[in-house]
Design a protein around this ligand. Structure first.
Ligand code: MRU
Length: 352
């Protein structure tokens, strides 16, 4: 596999691929202050749930590393302020909050140590978050690849690939693993209006990795399914409730309904850090609403709607668990009944 690293810590800054520039330009953005990180998250320069978990963790370190004091009470107030600021960037991906909570957790556990030491511990934790993501995506990919047969044709939406994680992907990680096992897999990537993550990002990275990818307009999915061209749908998730209801990019729910009608398996692929066991079902998931220009213009450039016309732009929808055939995780594939099996499979580890 060609190595691409979405986000990292380099030269005392956060280094990330500016995803708004793809596929035209591959450029890194170096971030040395919290406000720029917040904007990068808001503007989707860095996006995708697991990558947001890493961005949140690194952002916590960036935000506190220059705190001048040596007292825990002052330092903990700073941590809280940084946490609240990062948390205000985007509401839906559980991983963002998981990253913040993880850093706050290690800081609290070590509060009796000198502040300089706590900063070091926080930094180490950011590295662990990234390394664990690299490992868990590969584990998830291997579990998921068992579901795919040679010559399968897979439909996906948005980007749940290298660019949504540190370096491997969830839904696309399953494809990469299957390809590495020698299976020939063909991928159909929904372009994913309004911001075209499927076209700009998934088609780009799959093509870079030598995977057979065909981009389609979103409204082509039913046609392909009815012609027997799709063996499975695999999508990522931003947040998964206790009962398995899964939030992902707007349009994922549409694909799940189409898959059910055509009797095609529909899988969600996500690491443990995407599960939110504090919420009962999808009704508890906050759906991010974004600005009208994303829908009323093509990539924030050219108007496609009359000025003044009303626009609705929810960034995510929730696929009800009844439509999900299985959830591919780094702990194995979770099958129905989801409420019981999610707890049984994920409970073993204290991070949830
Ligand atoms: O708005 P985005 O681009 O952050 O939306 C991302 C998605 O919907 C992904 O499918 C999801 O975060 C899973 S990433 C492994």
């Amino acid at each position: 596999m060609m190595k691409i690293r979405t986000i990292d810590w380099k030269n005392n800054k956060i280094r990330l691929i500016d995803q708004t520039k793809l596929p035209c330009k591959f450029v890194y953005l170096d971030i040395d202050n919290l406000k720029s990180l917040w904007q990068a998250i808001k503007e989707l320069k860095v996006r995708g749930a697991p990558a947001l978990g890493a961005a949140a963790g690194l952002g916590m370190y960036l935000g506190v590393k220059d705190y001048p004091g040596s007292d825990w009470p002052g330092f903990s107030l700073k941590l809280k302020a940084v946490a609240e600021y990062i948390a205000s960037s985007r509401p839906t991906a559980r991983n963002l909050f998981w990253g913040i909570e993880r850093i706050c957790g290690v800081a609290l556990e070590n509060k009796n140590k000198p502040v300089a030491k706590i900063k070091q511990i926080i930094f180490t934790e950011t590295q662990k978050i990234m390394q664990e993501d690299m490992a868990s995506c590969r584990k998830l990919g291997n579990y998921g690849a068992k579901l795919l047969k040679n010559k399968n044709q897979i439909l996906t939406i948005c980007n749940a690939g290298i660019l949504a994680t540190i370096d491997y992907g969830t839904a696309l990680g399953v494809i990469y693993s299957a390809c590495q096992q020698g299976k020939k897999i063909k991928v159909f990537s929904c372009e994913t209006r309004p911001l075209l993550q499927g076209a700009r990002l998934s088609a780009w990275e799959l093509y870079q990795q030598g995977v057979d990818v065909t981009m389609i307009a979103d409204n082509t999915a039913a046609h392909l399914m009815s012609n027997g061209k799709i063996n499975a749908v695999i999508a990522g998730a931003d947040r998964i409730a206790s009962n398995g209801d899964s939030a992902n990019k707007i349009g994922t729910f549409n694909l799940a309904i189409l898959a059910k009608y055509h009797k095609i398996p529909f899988y969600i692929a996500a690491p443990k850090s995407t599960f939110d066991l504090k919420i009962k079902d999808g009704r508890g998931i906050e759906i991010e609403m974004r600005k009208r220009e994303e829908v009323a213009q093509i990539l924030l450039k050219k108007d496609t709607a009359p000025k003044g016309v009303k626009v609705l732009n929810p960034a995510f929808d929730v696929t009800p668990q009844q439509l999900i055939s299985g959830i591919i995780t780094d702990y194995g594939i979770i099958r129905r009944p989801f409420f019981k099996n999610i707890r049984r499979i994920l409970r073993s580890d204290k991070c949830v």
